[in-house]
Design a protein around this ligand. Sequence first.
Ligand code: GSH
Length: 263
Amino acid sequence: MSLVLYTHPMSPCAQKVRIVLAEKSLAFEARHVDLPGKENLSPDYLALNPLGVVPTLVDHDVPIIESSIICEYLEDRFPTPSLRPMAPQARAEMRLWMKHVDNKLHPSCGALQWPLVMADKLRRLPVEEQMRVIEQVPEKPRRERQRRLLLQGYDAPDVAEGVQVYEQTIADLDTLLAMRPWVAGDAFSLADASLAPYFQTLFQFGWEAWYASRAQVADWYTRVRARPSYATGVAADFDADRLADLRARGAPAWDRIRKLLGG
Ligand SMILES: N[C@@H](CCC(=O)N[C@@H](CS)C(=O)NCC(=O)O)C(=O)O
């Protein structure tokens, strides 16, 4: 098969790419990377993706990294159906949302999700060993965030900041979606594919109340979830047992988030 995707079910960045692959009806081979076991830091994986993160797309032996770049690559390589608006202004807006996701929403999601699902294996090691593993994370901001989250859990400042970023994002989207059906215009685009997984995070942990009162966002996410691309690219990885486990982990965290939201 010419397309191989290195992925993990809980990775929003990988979900984004899987949505795009499904929208374009592209077949690919999924290779699961054990993120809690830090397989992403193995020499073999780092040779493919020097940043040590999923996703990585390999197209005929050529690795492509960074989820937004992968999405644009897929768009260039397989232009139909297109997930980019035609008008340059709408395209710029789409890319601004993608940049917001990469720079702000993704680290915020990491702060909320990582301590709940990715840190278990590491926490079973002696603290010096935990720190030795974290020291191998190639990018400084992620390395330092993971270290803070390991040591401080939900008391880390990243959690409070992440909650505010999520809250502002939901509010801004609600205003925008009152004017148009999809984030960058009349059609589902890479902007919708990029944002959708970050609502999966809220859904899977049972934090739907966060967006439920924002009518436009709630309606948008219902329409996103109804798309076949979401069913195959995201929801298929969350069976009833996994969802029950995630919701149990999410419940105590929601108490903290609600307080941070002033509730
Ligand atoms: N900017 C990167 C971020 C990728 C990223 O942070 N991936 C996470 C999973 S969503 C990861 O692989 N983390 C590895 C780790 O936990 O050390 C992208 O968009 O592809």
